[in-house]
Every structure is written in C-alpha cells, then in structure tokens.
Ligand binder design. Structure first.
Ligand code: FEO
Length: 389
C-alpha cells in the first residue's frame, strides 16, 4: 500500500490474534513496517516471524529483498525485529539502531552485526534524498525504543508509541473513525505504556519542536489528519500525567454469587448518585479491559470471595497486573464474602495498597451470604463515606 510517493506500508495484519502477552486483542493487530524506495531503499522495522509470508510478498511486490540498503530497527521486541536477521542475510543492508537496540538485538539473536550504524539521540543521517532524524525514546516502552523523523516528509515513524492493537484492511485513522481508534489507543497506553509516564513526557517534549504531518506507528492505524494528530498527542500528555478521571470501576470475582450481589448494590448506588460507573465480572471480562478504563477512573471497588484462605485467582492476577502498571492518584475500596476466615481479606487490602491505591476506609466483608440488613449496611457505607471520598 502506497502511503506517500515512494513510501509503502509493507507490514502484516494479524487478524487472528486474540491475546498479546496477557492483553486481550479482540480486533487482532498489525505489525507495521514501512519501505522508503528510491536512490536508496530503507526498511523501517519488520514483523513478527509468524507473519513472514505476507511481509515478504508485500516487499517483493515493490522490489527484491536484496535491493534493501538499510534496515532501521526502532525496537528490539520480536513483533518488530523478528525478521531483521532474515532481511540482513538476504541483502547487503546496513542495520541502523540505538545503542541499546544493538545490545538487545545481539542478546535476542545471539549475533554480532558487521554492517551496523548505531545512532545517538537527535542524530541525523542523509540517505538518498531524505534526512532521517533519530529520537531515542527509552522506556516508551523498552530501553532500546526509538522513533525516526523523516524531515523532508514530516513523517514520524513512532514504533509502539501512538499505536493500537487493531487489525484492519484500511491504513489511516480517518478511514476508521477517531472514537474507535482512540478507544484502542487508550487501551494500548494503559496496558503497555502507563508505567513510563515520565519517559512519555520527555519524548513529547522532544517531539514538540517538530512539524508532524503523519504519525506512523508500528501497530494499527496511521495518524494523518492534523486535528487527530493533535488529539492523540494531547491524550498521551494527559495519560502521562497519571491523573484520575471521573469514573468508578466495580470489579469482582465471585464463587456463589454473594460478592456479585454486593457488586450490584455498589453499581446501583453509584448510578443513583449519577457517578459514571462500569461493572466488571472477572469470570467473563479480561483484566486488560479493566485496565483500559483506568485512565478515566478515580476509584476502583474490588470484590472477591475467599477460597483456601486467599482471594480468588483472577482477582489476585488483576492486583498483580495493576501493581506493575503503576497507576497513581486513585482510591480503592474492597468488599467480599468469606466462609470462616475474615482475616484472609487483610492481605487483599495490603496488596491493593501496595499496587499504589489510597485506601482511606476499611473494606466491607460478609460471612457466606449477605442478608437484607447487610446489603442496607453496604448501601449506607457507600453513600456516607465511599462515594464521598
Ligand atoms: Fe509492539 Fe514493544 O512491541
């Protein structure tokens, strides 16, 4: 697919992907690679090895692989670098990457590169008619990450930044709709980039000096409409601030329905107070969809039953996941049902606090099945304290 004169998208669409190391991908994804042709031929990133055939067919429909002169590797993770060695072994291409990229590619492939140019942050290289400027973007989201700005075309090849897991036969955000793509970009940010907000701020500050006519990420749709480019840059700036939104999330896992009853009371009471709320049962919802809502959330209510002296396993997985994702400036409250050991909730509360949440109030726990009076007491606690926190 021609993106601009002499510039092609040659990546692969992974229509069937439904899970990306723990992240649910109901719309699949794409591994975007870009080929800039002319006096010299430059390939930016490759694809996941399982998508080799489509990738090679797309390149070979434009030029033989052996004619590639340079391969820019923006990031060593294998969904983008999986075929770097394949290309290098079938051409005389020179590899261009960051210092950490060199180190990490060598450690992935157990290889030493002879034809390699290691680029410093801000460095420019003139190749053929174009000037390429390299911006290191460490921890957005790996130490080796970088992006490339094609100065004469005002195109930013941003790798994972500004991407979305979204398989589509189209190429541009404006062909699909901003609302749909922003929703997936937010899920991507929350699940992959959120721990690195301070690094994102530094990258945004470096990019602020550039006139950007197109952002070409390594997953999903390309941003080319000026209003939409401004929107995604502003969204990244807002998400990087890790500030709370307005929503309350009610997330639970239940054995025999007692915790579910309590979750439903939480939801109904929140709605009565006109608080925007979402309810997630972890038996049918993926933790990455819970996390996708976190940028818009001010408080999360977490409920579980107790089994073998522990909270249920999907809830334990969510807490571990949230701990790594480092959301800040948000509150939490816990609730649930136990059989004989209420003290089992102590660790639940400690783990939620260790995940970075402020918990000003003790949780609400009921033995076996909540009766009418327990549910009334729950309502009173929600309305007198929790929703006012
Ligand atoms: Fe899409 Fe960090 O790889």
């Amino acid at each position: 697919m021609k993106i601009a004169e002499g510039i092609f998208s040659v990546g692969s669409v992974d229509w069937d992907l439904r899970e990306f190391h723990g992240y649910s991908t109901p719309y699949g994804t794409s591994y975007n690679s870009y080929l800039i042709t002319g006096e010299k031929n430059i390939l930016i990133d490759t694809v996941k090895p399982s998508c080799t055939q489509e990738f090679i067919q797309k390149i070979e429909s434009i030029l033989p692989v052996g004619k590639i002169d340079y391969v820019i590797s923006n990031h060593a993770e294998m969904d983008h670098s999986g075929l770097i060695n394949w290309i290098l072994s079938r051409s005389n291409a020179t590899l261009i990457c960051s210092p950490k990229g060199k180190e990490n590619l060598e450690k992935h492939f157990h290889a030493k590169y002879e034809r390699i140019t290691v680029v410093e942050n801000g460095q420019t290289i003139k190749i053929g008619p174009y000037t390429y400027q390299f911006f290191h973007t460490p921890m957005v989201h790996w130490p080796d990450s970088m992006c490339v700005y094609l100065i004469e075309k005002k195109m930013l090849f941003s790798n994972d930044a500004f991407g979305q897991h979204f398989a589509c036969s189209r190429y541009f955000v404006d062909e699909v709709g901003l609302e749909v793509i922003l929703r997936e970009a937010k899920k991507y940010y929350a699940n992959i980039v959120n721990p690195y907000g301070n690094s994102v701020k530094k990258v945004l500050s470096a990019l602020a000096t550039l006139q950007i006519d197109m952002i070409l990420p390594s997953h999903g749709m390309i941003w080319r409409d000026q209003h939409q480019i401004k929107t995604i840059l502003d969204k990244y700036s807002a998400w990087a601030s890790n500030q709370p939104g307005k929503k309350i999330l009610i997330v639970y896992e239940t054995m025999w329905g007692s915790t579910k009853k309590m979750a439903e009371v939480c939801y109904v009471e929140a709605i009565k107070k006109n608080i925007e709320s979402e309810q997630f049962n972890l038996q049918v919802n993926d933790i990455s969809d819970v996390v996708a809502e976190m940028p818009d959330t001010k408080m999360i209510l977490l409920g579980s039953s107790i089994l073998h002296g522990q909270i249920l396993p999907k809830m334990a997985g969510l807490i571990a996941y949230l701990t790594g994702l480092k959301f800040a400036n948000r509150r939490a409250w816990s609730f649930g049902s136990y059989g004989w050991a209420k003290a089992s909730f102590n660790k639940f509360e400690t783990d939620i606090k260790n995940a970075g949440f402020d918990m000003p109030y003790d949780g609400f726990y009921v033995q076996f099945v909540p009766d009418k009076s327990a549910l009334e007491s729950l309502k009173t606690q929600l309305n007198s304290r929790i929703f006012n926190a």
